[in-house]
Design a protein around this ligand. Structure first.
Ligand code: ADP
Ligand code: MG
Length: 250
């Protein structure tokens, strides 16, 4: 599980597959993917709907296990972690934001952001200050006693981002974080994610089908098509491979 000089990628996958068995047929959602992301990189994972982006992200997040192949974070194989180690990894190493925000509707803004700290056993005394700092980072200082249903989509995504940041993870995974937002609000959220990378030095993997977003914020793009990485791997502003039509412009 130790890091080695040949293994410097903060995220690394080796021939990773996730096949779903559906009755008699097999869906090869992730089909033999190998790549590496260095610490502090901002990488976009592009591909049309159904190309396997969320399936791959869930494997990296440790939310799902590969059918075969390896996912390594900081040189540690997720498959070799005990349940406790995996929980620790999900709690402290990774923050995730989703398209649908995934906030707990019965909890207030404060309580939603505080939840990862409570799960991590952080004492009540220190929680308040840490929650406020995370909310400050996303520019949300009001409406902290409101519930998600009383907030705009952009505010909800700010809360979700604060929740992802509250344990100061090294890695931020974002699965179509602007997909449910209007373009202006989406850009505000992207600026915050960009800040996490630039100011906090977090490694960011952004899943999107919007090439314009990738081109604007990511330094490098990976192109997914039918569960495979397209040979093109580089500047997100370059033309799309034929299988992955360009996403809607902002
Ligand atoms: P994307 O995020 O790029 O839209 P997904 O990773 O969600 O793609 O899905 C990739 C493929 O895997 C699709 O064909 C999808 O229908 C299928 N798929 C995703 N999750 C499951 C699942 N839990 N069971 C069966 N098939 C799935
Ligand atoms: Mg998806």
């Amino acid at each position: 599980m130790a890091d080695s000089p040949s293994n410097r990628g903060i995220i690394r996958t080796v021939d990773v597959c996730r096949h779903y068995q559906m009755g008699d047929s097999v869906i090869r959602a992730v089909d033999g993917i190998s790549f590496e992301i260095g610490p502090g990189e901002f990488v976009a994972l592009l591909g049309s709907s159904g190309s396997g982006k969320s399936s791959l992200l869930n494997l990296i997040a440790g939310l799902d296990r590969p059918t075969s192949g390896e996912v390594l974070v900081n040189g540690s194989k997720l498959a070799e972690m005990t349940g406790e180690e995996l929980a620790h990894f999900r709690r402290y190493s990774i923050g995730i934001v989703f398209q649908a925000f995934n906030l707990i509707p019965t909890m207030t803004v404060m309580e939603n952001v505080e939840l990862p700290l409570r799960l991590a056993g952080t004492g009540r005394e220190s929680r308040g200050a840490v929650v406020r700092k995370a909310l400050d980072q996303v520019g949300l200082s009001r409406r902290l006693d409101h519930r998600p249903g009383e907030l705009s989509g952009g505010e909800q995504q700010r809360v979700a981002l604060a929740r992802a940041l509250v344990n100061s993870p090294q890695i931020l995974l974002a699965d179509e974080p602007t997909g449910n937002l209007d373009s202006r609000t989406g850009l505000e959220i992207m600026e915050l994610i960009h800040d996490c990378n630039q100011r906090l030095g977090m490694t960011v993997l952004l899943v999107t089908h919007e090439r314009a977003l990738a081109g604007r914020y990511a330094a490098r793009a990976l192109f997914l098509s039918d569960g495979k990485l397209a040979p093109e791997d580089g500047d997100p502003a370059t033309p799309a491979p034929p299988e992955s039509p360009a996403g809607g412009a902002l």
